[in-house]
Ligand binder design. Structure first.
Ligand SMILES: *Cc1c(COP(=O)(O)O)cnc(C)c1O
Length: 340
């Protein structure tokens, strides 16, 4: 953070702020290539995949993906496991024949959808949201699929190891685990990209790939921040270390939730539980506002649940240390003792 603060004023010995450099400058090219190389190294991404740093957020790319991977009239399969997969489906519908092959809405998204048996073999891809940030569901492993998997990893990228060859495309807004809002990472197997004639240029992954994400002005400062976060991740021991820490953090909170009847986790099925976003309720929901106010008073911030689900949500992104989760559990115990 302080490094970024300094770079904001004067970047290295370049006599300029990182905010002022041109995206065509050698300085920026160095930042860009460093960030890309770091991400490739950390995630084990080979040259058969393009790595793009674009704007538009995960929401923008939910619409851009069918414009790049499906030809007009092609079917694309969608597994619906919560708020963000519903959103992705609605963005895809105008651009391709989006077919729902599983939906766990009848459980209020408290479990993952059953394995999809009827994915059309000629579908362009299967879309999943690997970690549902609002409802707190995460695939423990990828579903079986006869077609390439497209995964929204906005909230769980670089939180556990993966094998890139299992994916056709990964996309993620940077703001949860990779830096700050304003840049979206797209990792795509090059041979899958076939933009449609009407795909707008800024959304055309082929054009952006040829131009190294610079068909139009890229988000310079956001890419710089992503590079810093990736360097930090590497220093901390890489993705394997994050995976281990995240497992310990999630276990601490779930163990407490499961031991108490004062609180109620949204997701009870251990095979569906997210390690990263853990929504829960007070058994007496009248106490929610008091719980949040008391948490804030002891420095535990950002615990209010997403408006779609309500209640409380603990987001245990890579930057959250185990001590932060321990402090939350201590608050939960204290509050239960006072009010239970
Ligand atoms: C936050 C989030 C989004 C929305 O990202 P934007 O950058 O706001 O478009 C989409 N999908 C998932 C899984 C998210 O966590």
């Amino acid at each position: 953070m302080y490094e970024a603060q300094a770079a904001f004023c004067e970047f290295r010995d370049w006599r300029t702020s990182v905010m002022e450099i041109s995206h065509r400058s050698d300085e920026f090219m160095e930042i860009y290539h460093d960030a890309e190389a770091q991400l490739r190294r950390l995630m084990g991404i080979g040259d058969d995949y393009a790595v793009l740093f674009l704007t538009g957020g995960a929401t923008g790319h939910a619409a851009a993906i069918p414009l790049n991977l499906a030809a007009a009239g092609d079917t694309a399969a969608y597994l619906i496991s919560g708020h963000w997969s519903r959103r992705a489906l609605s963005e895809a519908k105008p651009h391709c024949c989006a077919q729902v092959v599983g939906d766990s809405g009848e459980t209020e998204y408290a479990t993952l959808p059953a394995a999809a048996a009827d994915i059309p073999a000629d579908a362009a891809y299967l879309h999943i949201v690997e970690n549902e940030t609002v409802h707190g569901l995460e695939y423990p492993q990828l579903p079986e699929s006869p077609v390439p998997i497209v995964s929204d990893m906005s909230s769980n990228i670089i939180t556990r190891r993966l094998d890139i060859s299992d994916y056709g495309l990964i996309y993620a807004g940077a703001q949860k685990n990779l830096g700050i809002t304003g840049v979206t990472i797209v990792i795509v197997r090059r041979d899958l990209v076939k933009p449609q004639p009407h795909t707008p240029s800024v959304w055309d992954y082929q054009k952006q790939q040829k131009a190294e994400s610079m068909y139009n002005t890229p988000p310079v400062f956001q890419i710089y921040m992503t590079g810093r976060v990736l360097a930090w991740t590497e220093q901390m021991g890489g993705i394997a270390a994050m995976e281990k820490a995240n497992a310990a953090k999630a276990k601490l909170l779930y163990d407490y939730l499961d031991s108490s009847s004062f609180y109620r986790p949204h997701v009870k099925d251990s095979g569906s539980r997210s390690r990263i976003n853990i929504p829960f309720f007070l058994a007496d929901e009248q106490l929610t506002a008091d719980f949040l106010a008391a948490a804030e008073a002891r420095g535990l911030l950002g615990l209010k649940g997403h408006a779609v689900l309500g209640g409380i949500r603990a987001s245990l992104y890579n930057s959250m240390p185990l001590a932060g989760v321990a402090a939350l559990v201590e608050h939960m115990r204290d509050f239960e003792q006072q009010r239970g």
